[in-house]
Design a protein. Structure first.
Length: 622
């Protein structure tokens, strides 16, 4: 097929028809992959049974190559703004290329189909019966774990580690002598993957499934079973709870995109063990006090509002004494935590990705002081700006600590040495340019590395500013298998990974303004399997190049790249992609290459300007 003008009256729709699970999307994707390059404008969009029009329009714009202005937040644009941007973008393309007349009308009409009503194919019931046989034949210990997946919305990416911790908190995992419950939960997850009950979403280079999704047909079955057994209640409108007669054991509320989220009315909530809210409803929060037996609380903010949204006041959670798992992910709300949560003696996981504000309305990135007395807490995951209260040495059960800020007290630096069960640690600094290689914070960080981290099995280490000798110090940790390095500014010298050190490292991720500063010497990272690079390509034609010495990484299986292409020439984007693919071609093992381009800009503390315009702000070598 030649690249040519397609008159509007000749535009056609090719339909692939069949019930769920036949592979229609896979076939469509294969056709798109083979023929897509023959068209100047193209987009591949997956539409769920309950489509989110805003999400669809954002995906179309991104795939067409639209780049939003840097001073605007593309993620919170309303439908009217998205439609206007899409129309203007296509009209502009048609003026430039003279081959896109009528495309906007075609897309608008196609989107109109989303509101149509379709009759179900009769074979859907037959498909459900087949899938039900697979469910019936599951071992008893997997059935509750499987049905629990219905707590997540359609097409949601579910992280294995989150799911495992939720299963443990719910009590689904049998306690076996000498086996960690989370390890057992992970084995359950893997068994569901192996039985094809759930689909892998992301798989690491060593074959480990990190996240999953639930097929639409399987989710339909799960919700059917859940309704029959009153295992879970799933609603997208709080008013649907008004007629609920049975006790609500688990409640999933999907309010993403909802405009008027009212309270639940009079309904029995005291027996609810899990509450998952996707899309914030402030009207529901006052009712949290009624969830007296709640074990799992999940709040994920999927709202599309502005930046000044009301506070999420979570003072009430200090009365939920059975809580074992808290996960709060909010992009557009600041969160108010209670001053004291030490009464939550059963809490095992506390994860929060949101700005925290004090009860009196002042921004105060601190956690409740008595959190250090939670003897059961195993996983503490908070933003990098958070300063932990003194006394973390008391938290003997901690396995995970993200983030440990360099602004922490000396007492807390000493306390790290007492956390003998610590397995995952992320150290960060939110003021990288205040550190020099000789100052006290840098000395503290090195002290932590030398005296505390040798025993760790896995470390995700976030380097906000690479100082003299730091890479060499990290390289000496004998059990280190994962490193994530974020380098701000532009180094004055090459960052050289030498042939000694990192003896068992398997994954190395580097975010850098120019990846050309990375150099791997012969013998470097002898067991490295995954190399992850994040960078911008704005001026690739002037100073861009791939890292040197990648061919020395003898066991490399995968090269992943996330490329920020904002304001970049098309030739720069293609040149960067070609350079990365050449790395794999030149490597003796021919590792797999995964390239993810984003329309935005991978942010650093200073803009990615020409070399002559910027002073180096990283003092880096090793």
């Amino acid at each position: 097929m030649d690249e040519k003008v397609v008159p509007a009256h000749q535009l056609k729709v090719l339909s692939i028809v069949g019930f769920g699970g036949l592979g229609k999307t896979t076939l469509a994707n294969e056709i798109y992959r083979k023929l897509g390059n023959q068209f100047q404008c193209r987009a591949f969009v997956s539409v769920s049974q309950k489509p989110n029009i805003g999400k669809i329009l954002r995906t179309i714009l991104s795939e067409l190559g639209f780049r939003a202005p840097m001073d605007s937040n593309f993620e919170i644009w309303g439908e009217s703004e998205l439609i206007s941007a899409l129309k203007s973008f296509l009209v502009d393309k048609s003026h430039k290329q003279n081959n896109l007349k009528g495309y906007w009308e075609y897309i608008r009409n196609s989107l109109g189909v989303l509101g149509a009503n379709f009759e179900v194919n009769p074979s859907l019931e037959g498909m459900r019966r087949i899938l039900n046989l697979s469910y019936i034949n599951l071992p008893h210990y997997l059935k509750a774990c499987m049905v629990y997946l219905g707590i997540y919305p359609e097409d949601h990416t579910i992280e294995k580690i989150d799911l495992a911790r939720q299963w443990v908190a719910e009590g689904f995992i049998s306690k076996c002598h000498g086996i960690d419950p989370e390890d057992m939960a992970t084995s359950y997850f893997n068994e569901l993957i192996n039985r094809s009950m759930i689909e892998p979403s992301y798989t690491s280079c060593n074959g480990e499934v990190i996240s999953c999704r639930v097929h639409d047909m399987m989710l339909d079955l799960i919700l059917h079973i859940s309704r029959q057994d009153n295992f879970m209640t799933v609603v997208d409108d709080m008013q649907h709870l008004a007629g609920q007669r049975d006790k609500i054991r688990r409640l999933s509320v999907n309010l993403v995109g909802a405009r008027d989220a009212r309270g639940p009315g009079s309904v029995q909530l005291s027996q609810t063990r899990t509450l998952a809210i996707f899309g914030i409803t402030l009207q529901l929060l006052p009712f949290l006090v009624e969830f007296k037996h709640l074990r799992v609380l999940i709040i994920e903010d999927g709202s599309r509002g502005g930046f000044l949204l009301p506070l999420l006041d979570l003072n009430v959670i200090c009365h939920l004494f059975q809580l074992r798992y808290i996960r709060i992910m909010s992009r557009f709300h600041r969160v108010v935590l209670p001053r004291k949560i030490g009464a939550l003696r059963q809490l095992e996981t506390f994860e929060m990705d949101a700005e925290i504000e004090s009860s009196d309305g002042h921004f105060c990135p601190k956690l409740p002081s008595d959190i250090v007395h939670m003897n059961q807490l195993m996983h503490l995951i908070v933003p990098s700006t958070i300063v932990l209260p003194s006394g973390i040495g008391n938290m003997k059960s901690l396995h995970t600590l993200f983030n440990f800020n360099l602004e922490n007290s000396k007492d807390n630096f000493k306390g790290l040495r007492q956390l003998t069960n610590l397995t995952y640690l992320q150290i960060s600094c939110d003021k990288p340019y205040t550190i020099t290689s000789n100052d006290e914070k840098a000395a503290r960080c090195r002290d932590v590395l030398r005296t505390c981290l040798e025993k760790l099995c896995n470390l995700k280490f976030l380097v906000m500013d690479v100082l003299e000798g730091d890479v060499g110090i990290i390289a000496q940790l004998p059990s280190l298998i994962s490193v994530c390095m974020k380098i701000h500014g532009r180094p004055k010298e090459k960052i050289i990974i030498r042939g000694i050190g990192f003896p068992v490292l398997k994954s190395f991720a580097a975010t850098c303004s120019r990846i050309t500063y990375l150099v791997f010497e012969a013998g470097a990272m002898p067991k490295l399997e995954s190399l992850v690079l994040k960078f911008n390509v704005t001026r690739w034609d002037r100073a861009g190049a791939a890292p040197s010495g990648v061919e020395h990484l003898s066991r490399l299986k995968e090269i992943s790249a996330r490329i920020g292409e904002y304001d970049a020439k098309e030739s720069n984007i293609r040149a960067a992609e070609s350079a990365l693919r050449n790395l794999a071609c030149m490597h003796p093992a021919h590792p797999k290459v995964i390239i993810d381009t984003v329309g935005g800009y991978i942010k650093f503390d200073e803009p990615d300007v020409g070399d002559e315009d910027a002073e180096g702000s990283c003092h880096s070598t090793s």
